[in-house]
Design a protein around this ligand. Structure first.
Ligand SMILES: [Zn+2]
Length: 248
């Protein structure tokens, strides 16, 4: 595994969310990579700091006195409100600690959620080829594939036939990703291509995103309220062409 691939898995690794093969791959890489090892140590440090609240610290008395002295010098009329300032200071540092913890936690959760989803997508793609179970309905006719999903999903996935453009529709299958049943449409251009489609939970339209994971290429975008993930070991140039055709 490359350093870049390893780094994308470190959050999930520290959270104990990787399967044993994934953990082993990360540990093997870390044995020869000081940078990734340091990252893991830092992530563990951050996790335990958030857990036991040691990120919160009390301002030293000396700082407090010098702030109060500065206020008294600048605003002699504030002398009577030292009590107010003490409370305002305490409140401000509490708000800061909450904000910092919240930001660190949500950013962290979001990145490991996406890492997990990407891992699931790649696993699903690999499984569909390994188990010789690429499709539940085999047809290159979108008028056969599209209705097949009716009654199996609460949305209607697009099943575009791109045979003329060089991406043959092989069929479709039901899969389970992001805690819900999703449609997988299978295309082929030398290599198998899985297209996963499900309704998007995010309101904002996101830019197309390309990433490589475990030797597979992925392209992700959202369009008309749907989330799309293309995955294949086809090169990025051809996979992007497939994405472009699907978006049209
Ligand atoms: Zn590394």
């Amino acid at each position: 595994m490359t350093c870049k691939e390893t780094k994308s898995l470190l959050n999930a690794y520290v959270d104990g969310e990787l399967d044993s093969a994934g953990s082993l791959a990360v540990e093997t890489h870390m044995r020869g990579c000081a940078s990734c090892l340091t990252d893991v140590q830092n992530l563990r440090g951050l996790a335990s700091a958030i857990e036991n609240g040691s990120l919160r610290f009390k301002a030293p008395a000396r700082l407090k006195r010098s702030v109060q002295a500065a206020i008294r010098t600048a605003h002699p009329e504030a002398r009577s409100s030292v009590f107010y300032w003490r409370w305002a200071g305490a409140l401000a540092s509490a708000v800061l600690v909450i904000a910092l913890t919240w930001t660190a936690t949500t950013r962290w959760t979001r990145s490991s959620e996406e890492t997990l989803l990407v891992n699931d997508i790649v696993s699903s793609h690999v499984r569909s080829m390994m188990a010789n179970h690429a499709t539940d309905v085999s047809s290159s006719d979108s008028h056969t594939v599209k209705p097949w999903f009716g009654g199996k999903l609460d949305y209607s996935p697009p099943a575009k036939d791109l045979t003329e453009q060089g991406f043959r529709l092989i069929g479709g299958r039901l899969d389970y990703l992001d805690n819900r049943p999703v449609a997988a449409l299978v295309y082929q251009r030398r290599h198998f291509i899985n297209l996963f489609v499900w309704p998007s939970t995010k309101a904002a339209i996101r830019e197309e995103k390309q990433l490589a994971r475990q030797g597979y290429n992925l392209i992700h975008w959202t369009q008309s309220g749907m989330t799309y993930w293309l995955v294949s070991d086809l090169n990025f140039a051809e996979l992007s062409e497939c994405a472009r055709l699907l978006k049209e």
